[in-house]
Design a binder for this molecule. Structure first.
Ligand SMILES: [Zn+2]
Length: 394
């Protein structure tokens, strides 16, 4: 494959024209004999998109100094937190994060609930249940912040999508859609604005997003807010917001259109990719899907180290195995582990998975596919990368 680095704009256009003819665009080929949309990909395409706007009501759970909830142990710190103040801070800082992440397709709003005082024998989960019961009629989810830190061995929080909402709005009190975090990120040492990446991660779970990384519970990928959301802060110490997400999550929530996806034919081919974290393209060039089996496929995407991903050391190609087979979760529905139960494994790199495939001729061979970068160039609107994929036959 020729090196495309020095293509002129004219030859770039003609190359794209030739490549576009070889593309099997998802929208154009669906149902034809020359393309097969893997069942697993169809499940993601069929996922209910995120709402355009969302109302998230903030509650504080005040933890007594003596508590039976083991998540707090005997840690003595209790912060003076106000639901109204937290809601204002998140409206000013987390709302714009999600607007940027979704390219303007999702705008959460944060409203103030109240402070709930926990009893000595009450757990944080029970306090969240009380917050859900007390939530306003216009709240689609609740975010609960404890005023006590968690023990270091405990997770920082959790998020749940709740039961499916078949209409444009369902009350949190009905679906139980909720997120919870401990107080650590609100410690005064973090400044006036708390650390926000964990809240953004847990809110991702309330939208039914799963983790990604070495395993479903590794939290070791710097490529995804739904993995190591704190990774950007290692490069940018003053950073409060998380990084971007990966293309499959964007697709699930309707933040990347089906027309930006190409399914590679079984024989493979050569494709050019625009950044999955960049602007809409509409020509199948933001996500390349390599079928593996009925419920498993690979995603090949070009991540640019700009915008929310500006802490990445390089731009380059990321490869993930998307697995929704029944064996990967504890409670498959109709023999499928979809949504938050989907497994998304970063392939061909070690944690933190920032060593993206780049440079002409660099290659990864994973899950029966050989994936080779063929070069980069600057097109009319964005830098793009060429990629050649072939089945390895074994
Ligand atoms: Zn998580």
């Amino acid at each position: 494959m020729q090196n495309l680095r020095n293509f002129s704009k004219k030859s770039w256009r003609s190359f794209r024209h030739v490549v576009a003819a070889a593309f099997c665009l998802l929208t154009a080929c669906s149902g034809s004999s020359s393309s097969h949309v893997p069942h697993g990909l169809q499940l993601v395409l069929d996922h209910r998109p995120a709402p355009a706007t969302d109302t998230i009501e903030v509650f504080v759970c005040a933890v007594p100094l003596r508590t039976d909830d083991p998540i707090y142990g005997t840690l003595p710190l209790r912060l003076d937190l106000s639901a109204a103040k937290i809601a204002r801070t998140l409206e000013a800082n987390v709302r714009p994060y999600f607007v940027q992440l979704s390219h303007g397709r999702y705008e959460p709003h944060f409203t103030a609930g109240t402070t709930l005082t926990m009893g000595t024998g009450e757990t944080h989960d029970q306090c969240v249940d009380r917050a859900l019961d007390a939530s306003s009629a216009d709240a689609a989810a609740v975010l609960v912040v404890a005023n006590a830190e968690h023990l270091a061995v405990e997770p920082g929080g959790w998020g749940k999508p709740g039961t499916a909402c078949p209409t444009s709005f369902c009350r949190a009190a009905s679906t139980r859609r909720s997120a919870y975090i401990g107080a650590s990120d609100f410690h005064p040492d973090n400044g006036i604005v708390p650390l926000l990446d964990l809240i953004e991660h847990e809110l991702g779970h309330t939208l039914d997003l799963p983790h990604s990384g070495d395993t479903a519970a590794a939290y070791d990928s710097a490529l995804d807010v739904m993995s190591d959301s704190a990774a950007p802060r290692e490069v940018q110490p003053a950073r409060k917001n998380a990084q971007d997400t990966i293309a499959i999550d964007r697709l699930e929530l309707g933040w990347l259109a089906a027309g930006d996806v190409t399914v590679a034919p079984q024989a493979g081919g050569t494709f050019d990719l625009l950044p999955s974290n960049g602007a809409d393209a509409g020509d199948g060039s933001r996500l390349l899907v390599l079928p593996v089996s009925d419920l498993t496929f690979l995603t090949v995407e070009y991540l640019d180290n700009t915008g929310l991903d500006d802490a990445l050391p390089f731009a380059g190609i990321a490869v993930h195995r998307i697995d929704q087979s029944a064996g990967v979760c504890t409670n498959p529905v109709d023999d499928v582990c979809a949504g938050i139960d989907r497994h998304q494994i970063a392939l061909g790199s070690g944690a933190p998975h920032t060593d993206l495939l780049r440079g002409a001729g660099t290659r990864r061979t994973v899950d029966g596919w050989s994936i080779t970068a063929t070069g980069t160039a600057t097109g009319e609107t964005a830098a793009w990368v060429g990629v050649e994929v072939h089945p390895t036959g074994g």
